[in-house]
Design a protein around this ligand. Structure first.
Ligand SMILES: [Zn+2]
Length: 247
């Protein structure tokens, strides 16, 4: 599929099968890690734990123990360990699939394979999902919304509302976009919103999809100093939805 077609698909998907979340009365910050590289587990999670915070780790089980442009990935035993440390294990397909390359049926089978593998480790079924590469199509969005409470994308907020089936996300990536993450924390102090941060590798020489330990600590410090609440995606979701039922 061409890049133009992919973007058209995502644009169309953005308008379909929406499940709008109620506005929050006070900002909430969630930290997500996709895939997930060992460097994030070994370096970034302890930084969050030092603040008493927990993250949401979007696991693509098939990547465990492999090495790619994000560096060495975590081992299967790490999944159980981080779950036991209170972090949330969410879904990211088994094979880190793009919706551009397989049918919706194959994609869903791969998601179920991921869930089976996680459940064999004794974990509960994941309640949240992130689209690998941010690739989404209208039929996929429709199929996944029945399986998960939220589906996260990779694009920054462009709308005042949040669609649970294509959540806005803020990249913590090195380079020119890094300051945008800091600015978003500043904005959240005065405009209530749910900030879904995410990144991949956290190491001295990160990929184009990660950041350095120093940069990650800078985000942690900014969130701490802002006084914003930090919750896993599931805790944040439960709190936001509860508001829908009480307001
Ligand atoms: Zn990914």
């Amino acid at each position: 599929m061409s890049e133009v077609l992919f973007k058209a698909n995502r644009f169309i998907a953005r308008g379909l099968s929406r499940s709008l979340l109620p506005n929050v009365d006070a900002s909430i910050v969630s930290f997500g890690f996709d895939d997930c590289p060992a460097s994030a587990i070994e370096t970034a999670l302890p930084m969050l734990e030092a603040e008493g915070w927990r993250a949401t780790v979007y696991v693509a089980y098939g990547l465990c123990g492999t090495v790619n442009h994000l560096g060495r990935h975590m081992e299967i035993s790490d999944i159980v360990d981080i779950h036991n440390r209170g972090h949330e294990i969410a879904d990211h397909t088994y094979s880190h699939l793009s919706s551009n390359t397989v049918s919706t049926r194959e994609y869903i089978e791969d998601v179920e394979r991921n869930q089976m593998a996680l459940q064999e480790l004794g974990l509960p079924r994941s309640r949240h999902f992130a689209y690998p590469f941010g690739h989404v199509s209208p039929p996929l969005k429709k199929a996944l919304r029945k399986r998960f409470q939220t589906l996260r994308g990779v694009l920054s907020p462009t709308t005042p509302w949040q669609d649970a089936n294509l959540l806005n996300a803020i990249r913590i990536y090195s380079g020119s976009r890094f300051d945008a993450a800091l600015q978003q924390i500043e904005a959240a102090k005065t405009t209530p919103q749910w900030l879904n941060f995410f990144t991949h590798d956290v190491r001295e020489k990160p990929s184009d999809f990660g950041c350095t330990p120093h940069e990650f600590q800078k985000i942690v410090n900014a969130v701490r100093d802002s006084g914003l609440r930090v919750m896993t995606v599931d805790d944040a979701f439960r709190k936001i939805v509860k508001r829908r039922h009480t307001s």
